[in-house]
Write a protein that binds this ligand. Sequence first.
Ligand code: NAP
Length: 244
Amino acid sequence: MIGHNKSLLILGAKSDIGIASAIEFARNGFNLQLAGRDIHALEEKYKKIASEHEVSASFHELDILETEKFDQFLRSLGYLPQVILCVIGTYSTNINNYKNFQNVIRTNFESPAILLGLFAMKFQERRSGSIIGVSSWAGDRVRGSNVLYGSSKAGFSGFLSGIRNKFFASNIHVMTVNPGYVKTKMTAGMDSNNFLTTTPDYTAKKIYKGYINKSNIIYVKPIWRFISLFLRLLPESFFKTKNL
Ligand SMILES: NC(=O)c1ccc[n+]([C@@H]2O[C@H](COP(=O)([O-])OP(=O)(O)OC[C@H]3O[C@@H](n4cnc5c(N)ncnc54)[C@H](OP(=O)(O)O)[C@@H]3O)[C@@H](O)[C@H]2O)c1
């Protein structure tokens, strides 16, 4: 597969952060490859975005849990993108149901890691490419109230860190995005402080800027970097006695 210099593949392109990022990259001249479950539902919307910014858009069916279809998915792309943005994710705190537990771990960590690993090896052959994974500050220090989502994101952040280091010498850039709270479908109905919360558009601008600057890890609102650092410095004994 040859590549297009300015092309972005979005894994989970129905995500609110994904749609906003598509607009930001298209505004900067990137052709779009849009992958997700039942992605054709957004075809009209994306075609409009593409025509407004005079870029191309192609659509690719992807359920990230169907790992056995990954080879077929890779072939369906037609060309190898320059940038991949993975925004697939699901939120749950319910650890009582093992099927739910498995779904969260597989959706947030295992399956994206397998697919991004395949792309990293293709990028290594080409000796160029950027991988951007949207993870979460919740994975920086896993708390008792958020064991499931937090540990799935801890796994994903760890994977991104590992491939960043493994493939650096092959001219591959890997960026971890920790959004904090963003107003999206995922957080609808959750209580969140306005000062700590941001929008998909603002998040998309930060992702694009991080990509241009070849950043390693970004916190969309800088305050989250400090919150995360503070939480990581606290001893386990503190967390054991608090309902955090
Ligand atoms: N919003 C926040 O405050 C926040 C904070 C920290 C991290 N994040 C992370 O940011 C990323 C984007 O989330 P968002 O806030 O934009 O929420 P969102 O709009 O709910 O996006 C999540 C996307 O993941 C897709 N998805 C879930 N399971 C999938 C599967 N098996 N195969 C393919 N796609 C699947 C969903 O597809 P469908 O549309 O088909 O359901 C949805 O489009 C996620 O990784 C999330 O964990 C968000």
